[in-house]
Design a protein around this ligand. Sequence first.
Ligand SMILES: Nc1ncnc2c1ncn2[C@@H]1O[C@H](COP(=O)(O)OP(=O)(O)OP(=O)(O)O)[C@@H](O)[C@H]1O
Ligand SMILES: [Mg+2]
Length: 599
Amino acid sequence: MKRFYSVIRLSFNSFKEVYSFNRSIVLFAILVLFVSALSTYFNMYLSKVIVDTIFNKDLKFFYLSLISLIVIQIVSNYLISLSYSKNNELNYAFNNKSDEELIDKIEKIDLIHKENPKFNADFSYLQYVKGKTYELYNQLNEFGLKVVSLLIGMHFLFNINLLFCILAVFFGIIKGLFNVRPVKSRVKITKELQRNAIKHSYLYDLLVGMKNQKELTIYRAFNHFKQKWRLQKEIFDQQQLKLEKINNSVFRQQEILEIIFNAIIVVLFANLVKFNNFTMGDYVLTTMAVSVTISNISMVIGDYTRMFENSDHFNKQAEIDSYYRTFLDNPNDGQLDFSLLKNIKISDLNFSYPNNSVEVLKKINLTINKGDTVAILGENGSGKSTLVKVLLGLYETKKSHVLFDGIPMNLINKESMFKKTSVIFQDFLQYHTTIQDNIGIGDLENYHNEKRMLETLEKVDIKSLGYNLQTSIGLVDENAINLSGGQWQRVALTRFFFKENLELAIFDEPTSALDPLTELRLFKDILSRCEEITTIIISHRVGIARKADKIVIMENGSIVEQGTHKELIDLKNIYYDMWMSQQEWYQEDEKEVLISTSI
Ligand SMILES: Nc1ncnc2c1ncn2[C@@H]1O[C@H](COP(=O)(O)OP(=O)(O)OP(=O)(O)O)[C@@H](O)[C@H]1O
Ligand SMILES: [Mg+2]
């Protein structure tokens, strides 16, 4: 019973949500539902009258009833189709609203959860459930309509013969109960389906994605991944077929039952004719009312089971929401404005990702003075990118180990910090829209400052390619021009040059795709702009690191060396070895460019 109330409550909540979204369409839909319930009533009544007038040879009433029946049917059909198209409009608008809410929700969830593969599955489920509010609203409406027309059908039957009324209710309940049995397995299969959908969709996108074509071609990997995709798709299809099989077998059993029930009613009617004064119209009315009552009762039960199923999905959604609740309730935002006067201090920082207990940052202690440039070097996987993400507050740690001028990070307002920070991530985004978007997101407050944008474009040599701010780049727009890897990186760097009021700049391998001459030139520009700005540069190039005020070497999650270029060279340890080995390369090749003291 508790469950029943919870299903009804959830359905009413969904109804209320849709109602407050667009009252007029919802009220119109309810009005039409009542009209269609009433038209069922008149249909049955007028059908009886028509049959009786035929047999009584009363042509005047026959035509009158027939015309009334036609008018009622046409009007109700018109209203139903109008309501159907209005409901479609509402459905699209409501779904867009739900999508927006989902985007807002994802924005508030901490990055560390979003980078956990489990999140993919959870989020795909949330996307599936988001459509359920509208579905529940519809189901509640349908439920209401069927209850009303059920009462109408029973009213007729009750007036003709109580036995028919009781039998129709009895048969309807039996038919409806067939819907109840498979609910649990349907819910279970649907959940599995949602989780599996991610796998085959990923493989499908891999095979058809434009960016993937060259590598798949050169490795002749189409067949390999096609087989993997087919395997996943077959698992998915089998679950889908299982679901359809359950639905089909319920439907078939119900159809057979209905045939038997109708036959019983006809036999009963034939036997009762002797004792009652039934007219031909009574026969028509009885068979119509019995069949409407049986199917209404069974549909009411069916609707309830679907509402039950959907509310079960809502419970799962609440479970997922509560898992991410800490971040929704406490969007890890402090009150103090960000402004760096002295230094950034990282003290005793340990960090591990939630899906792996291995610590990727171990006892990190580092001080970065205001205005300094710090270079972080270290082998792949040593924790460099993770360190800057923790420093930016993108991964919340239980206790603040990062202090800005002695103030723990959790007391500082992130929005104010991000406004004064520019980050070029290692896996920076390529926005397949306009050049203006790609630069503008660096400083949205200056989005319409075209003069500044064009100057920035010139700085990274994109303007010379003949592109303007409205040029579409990437692969999405039909007329777009795709850029080379290095050109994309140059475009990403414009976000740093474009940003005004910078206090903190972070570069994670910012020039790895650039040709040496461009790299040298842009680095000069970056360093000259960063003189007053606190800067962190992650790079594998020691030539770049030597220009920094402090060099940090990371190994396996720990800082193993830190100091100036001279101090670390004198130490003759890891940095020294890096320097010597890379110098060898440069001597042979790019010495002029990268070791040049003119950087
Ligand atoms: N989202 C994640 N979930 C779990 N582990 C992660 C995640 N991101 C990174 N790691 C792990 O953390 C460790 C450090 O990764 P990180 O990206 O910080 O290294 P890095 O020093 O930047 O390496 P590279 O030079 O290759 O960019 C690696 O072992 C990596 O597998
Ligand atoms: Mg990295």
